[in-house]
Design a protein around this ligand. Structure first.
Ligand code: ADP
Ligand code: MG
Length: 247
């Protein structure tokens, strides 16, 4: 069994109570990373439960029923502090936008998770600088988010997600605010860099082209998985993503 394995069993989730109750997940089971790192796209119409699934898998919200096991350990059985530590050290997150602290330069935004985890400033900034260089942002270390393009800001967000060497990266429409060309480049980098770090990626997307770059596509409808397909052969851009990340 691969170490960085996430198992979800019969997840359900409902927001609200009584008359306002809205089922968001219904009997969702899936395993990610069982055979090594993989890039999984989660697709489905608006309101189908994609973001809810991501948050439940990452232990950000507790499911109403069902279980999530990370490396065989039940998230629900962990103390809050342990779950928080796990979210910081084992999981990385990339959102659509707005996750960088506007007052901090890129290098400090990326170093922050390591410092929150107890690392020294100098060690954290050295790791952040190395990763930003690898992601093509070596000349942007001291820029604040407001001084970066949308695509550059997302690359900083990717660096921040990866700096702690997570086993799993969760991304919710990470290219949703970018134009096509920039979004494709950012997505290639996200897939290549995540798999290159030995982590799996779970990425929520509306975009069929983004999904085509992934090795597996899970489709949700009304909170249920309606299909779960692996690519017969990795898309061409998938190989390109790996090449790009290794540069
Ligand atoms: P998606 O990401 O696929 O658009 P979501 O997981 O955000 O879907 O939402 C699934 C369902 O749960 C929708 O019906 C949505 O309206 C509802 N929902 C999501 N978040 C909340 C919330 N915080 N409070 C109440 N209902 C919510
Ligand atoms: Mg959503």
């Amino acid at each position: 069994m691969h170490t960085n394995r996430l198992d979800a069993h019969a997840l359900t989730h409902t927001y609200g109570h009584g008359d306002t109750a809205a089922p968001a997940l219904a009997d969702v089971s899936l395993t990610i990373g069982a055979d090594g790192p993989e890039a999984v796209a989660v697709m489905g119409p608006s309101g189908s439960g994609k973001s809810t699934l991501l948050h439940v898998l990452a232990g950000i919200i507790a499911p109403a029923s069902g279980r999530v096991l990370w490396r065989g350990g039940d998230l629900a059985a962990m103390r809050d502090a342990e779950r928080t530590r796990l979210r910081r050290s084992d999981f990385g997150f990339v959102f659509q936008s707005g996750q960088l602290l506007p007052e901090l330069p890129a290098i400090e935004n990326v170093a922050l998770p390591l410092m929150l985890g107890g690392g020294s400033r100098s060690g954290a900034e050295a790791a952040a600088a190395a990763l930003l260089h690898r992601l093509g942002l070596g000349s942007m270390l001291t820029r604040r988010p407001g001084e970066l393009s949308g695509g550059q800001a997302q690359r900083v967000a990717i660096a921040r997600a990866l700096v702690g060497s997570p086993g799993m990266v969760f991304a919710d429409e990470p290219t949703g605010a970018l134009d096509r060309a920039t979004g494709d480049a950012v997505m290639s980098l996200l897939i290549g860099a995540t798999l290159g770090h030995g982590a799996s990626l779970v990425v929520v997307t509306h975009d069929p082209e983004v999904a085509a770059m992934c090795s597996r596509v899970v489709r949700l409808q009304d909170g249920r998985i309606v299909s779960d397909e692996r690519a017969a052969a990795p898309a061409a851009s998938y190989g390109a993503a790996r090449a790009e990340a290794s540069r």
